[in-house]
Design a protein around this ligand. Sequence first.
Ligand SMILES: C[S@@+](CC[C@H](N)C(=O)[O-])C[C@H]1O[C@@H](n2cnc3c(N)ncnc32)[C@H](O)[C@@H]1O
Length: 252
Amino acid sequence: MSAAPRETHFGERKVRLDEKQRLVDEVFHKVADRYDLMNDLMSFGLHRVWKDILVAKLRPPRNRPFAHLDVAGGTGDVAFRVAEAGGELTEVTALDVNGEMLRVGRERAQRRRDGGHVSFIEGNAESLPLPDDAFDGYTIAFGIRNVPDIGKALAEAFRVLKRGGRFLCLEFSRADTPVLDRLYDAYSFAAIPAIGKVVTGDGRPYRYLVESIRQFPPPDLFEEMIADCGFARASFTRLSGGIVAIHSGWKL
Ligand SMILES: C[S@@+](CC[C@H](N)C(=O)[O-])C[C@H]1O[C@@H](n2cnc3c(N)ncnc32)[C@H](O)[C@@H]1O
């Protein structure tokens, strides 16, 4: 008897694991050109602060070479911050499965002074086209909840990091208090798809983004998943009343 296909969530829908990536790709294909503007509108610019805090935790050194990988790097928002914080000796690879998001990222790189320190490559977080033990740092921001098999992505993160390398993940989480949680829910489900419809002409991709936040494991469970993949000192920090969390682990 053949085993039942593994299932996961695509927003509130249950889908086969091998179906999810195509659906996710369609979402980001549609939103790529308005992605950065929408991020500012949806989060009132807060995503910039969260990304700054992520990079401050990474603290790329300015006095020695630092090889960094930003997975699900999209339009390069985190990659550019790491390049700027690290300076001349930092080289950043931004990897994403979606060619459209990468195209926007490459266009941005051309307009930046430090753009030469960021390279954009197409690839899947679940099977990175990169060698073992190659990177000092790995970040993934608002990306991992879109990946069909999160365990595979974590195992790949562990594989490509050098000993002493750090894994950092910025992801939506659960608000700390029931009141904030209800307010956040109301805003997310009512306002975000509506803003998406006005700005991009289609609210559905944004409904998926909101629903997918709800399906992502709570931070303590995700912390266990990170530790189970071999990362040492797995921990997380809640930001903005728990709306997002930064998860950390070390390959020691
Ligand atoms: C919400 S965006 C985040 C982009 C960027 N990290 C940021 O914070 O602005 C999610 C990104 O994950 C990418 N993605 C989805 N599944 C992926 C996978 N399996 N491997 C790599 N990237 C993936 C999407 O193409 C999209 O660019």
